[in-house]
Design a protein around this ligand. Structure first.
Ligand SMILES: [Zn+2]
Ligand SMILES: [Zn+2]
Length: 396
């Protein structure tokens, strides 16, 4: 047994039709963040049938499935997300969503199935020594107070101690089955800012008697362009995008107020703090200079996702063994999207992995997106091998 090699993609071939079926079932029945009751039950029932010790309702609809083999004291966690998005599906697939206005447009149906595939394989071969915790997380798309936050608050790492945690996300635009790794910051912190500018409404012909919030808002938008260009180190990346500017209804009326909404993204805690300080200062001083006032609602979203060095090198090695270095991109370029896996990495070391979903395919959160089923066995073999290697019997 000790001579046996670690899991290969071919070992999962016999599971492919079952995994396709599971993925299509999940895709057909998507549930939004905080509503994953059926998905959660479906997942937990399967894991129980495969012999896992299953804990339900961790931080909401979260499920943790644990399997201990041998006497080893080592532990590892692997996480998949389970929630869908409020999008009306336009794929026309025979397993398209039957839930009006809800869709698995981020591939969490695929991530869940990949981890179930690994669960099935690990329980079958039991080729490791230690404890694996498979973490099925709800509400990744929630934006704040998400599933990761709630599972951690519900004692995830105290109840299910993990030396390290791993997770993956599919990546449209990269060839199917190609893995991407980056140590350090991989995905951005994403904050949302709402500004409400209070001016003084009046007649368009008597601007001197009014305080025009449209002018104040325009001035703030222009001033904000200096934040990334003048306040952030050119070697660092950041985004300040004003995505909404709403004010007024008529050409001959100066409105009372204006609303600006923006998305603010960064790849380090320092840059994140600088952006907030500058946005607040510019909004307040610009408004004040025109005699207006501004209310600032600064909503901090997911933090920067920072992969630890050793675990990223380890996960990369596992992928190189599995699919060959020619199917591994490292370092993978940073991604301006955000992901609540970042919260786990604030607690323990680990790595968030990207897995190509194919070139020329619709992007994430698109109504025509679909997870690539070719990745089901590749992803499941990757998690299986990663757990086997992390909890290796002969590890010194
Ligand atoms: Zn998403
Ligand atoms: Zn996602």
């Amino acid at each position: 047994m000790s001579e046996r090699c670690y899991c290969e993609v071919a070992d999962l071939a016999e599971a492919r039709s079952e995994l396709d079926e599971i993925r299509h079932h999940l895709h057909k029945h998507p549930e939004l963040s905080y509503e994953e009751a059926d998905t959660s039950r479906f997942v937990a029932d399967k894991l129980e049938a495969w012999g896992y010790a299953v804990t339900r309702n961790v931080g909401g609809h979260g499920v943790v499935a644990s399997l201990k083999v041998g006497t080893g004291a080592r532990t590892v966690g692997v996480r998949a997300d389970m929630d869908a998005l409020p999008i009306q599906e336009l794929t026309g697939l025979d397993y398209a969503s039957v839930h009006e206005g809800k869709m698995h447009a981020c591939g969490h149906d695929g991530h869940t199935t990949v981890l179930l595939g690994a669960a099935r394989q690990l329980a079958k071969t039991r080729h490791f020594d230690g404890t694996v915790h498979l973490i099925f997380q709800p509400a990744e798309e929630a934006g704040s107070d998400s599933g990761a936050v709630r599972m951690i608050a519900d004692g995830l790492f105290e109840r299910f101690p993990c030396e390290a945690i791993f997770g993956l996300h599919n990546h449209p635009g990269v060839p199917t089955g190609t893995f991407g790794f980056r140590a350090g910051p991989l995905m951005a912190a994403c904050d949302t800012v709402k500004l409400r500018i209070h001016g003084k409404g009046g007649h368009a012909a008597r601007p001197h008697l009014a305080v025009d919030p449209v002018l104040v808002g325009s001035s703030i938008v222009m001033a904000l362009q200096s934040v990334v260009s003048r306040n952030v180190d050119p070697n660092e990346a950041a985004v300040v995008t004003v995505g909404a500017f709403r004010s007024g209804h008529a050409p001959n009326v100066i409105p009372e107020d204006a609303v600006l909404e923006m998305s603010v993204r960064s790849f380090s805690p320092d840059v994140r703090a600088t952006l907030e300080a500058r946005i607040r200062a510019l909004a307040e001083s610009q408004a004040q200079s025109y005699g207006a006032t501004v209310e600032i609602d600064y909503i901090r979203g997911y933090p920067v996702l920072i992969n630890s060095e050793a675990e990223t090198a380890f996960a990369r090695q596992v992928a190189e063994e599995l699919v060959g270095p020619e199917h591994v991109i490292a370092p993978f370029p940073p991604i301006a999207g955000s992901e609540d896996f970042a919260y786990y990495l604030q607690k323990i070391p680990g790595c968030f992995v990207r897995l190509g979903n194919g070139e020329g395919k619709p992007m994430l959160h698109n109504a025509r997106y679909d997870f690539n089923d070719e990745n089901l066995t590749i992803g499941a073999a990757f998690w299986t091998r990663l757990v086997e290697r992390f909890l290796a019997r002969d590890r010194t």
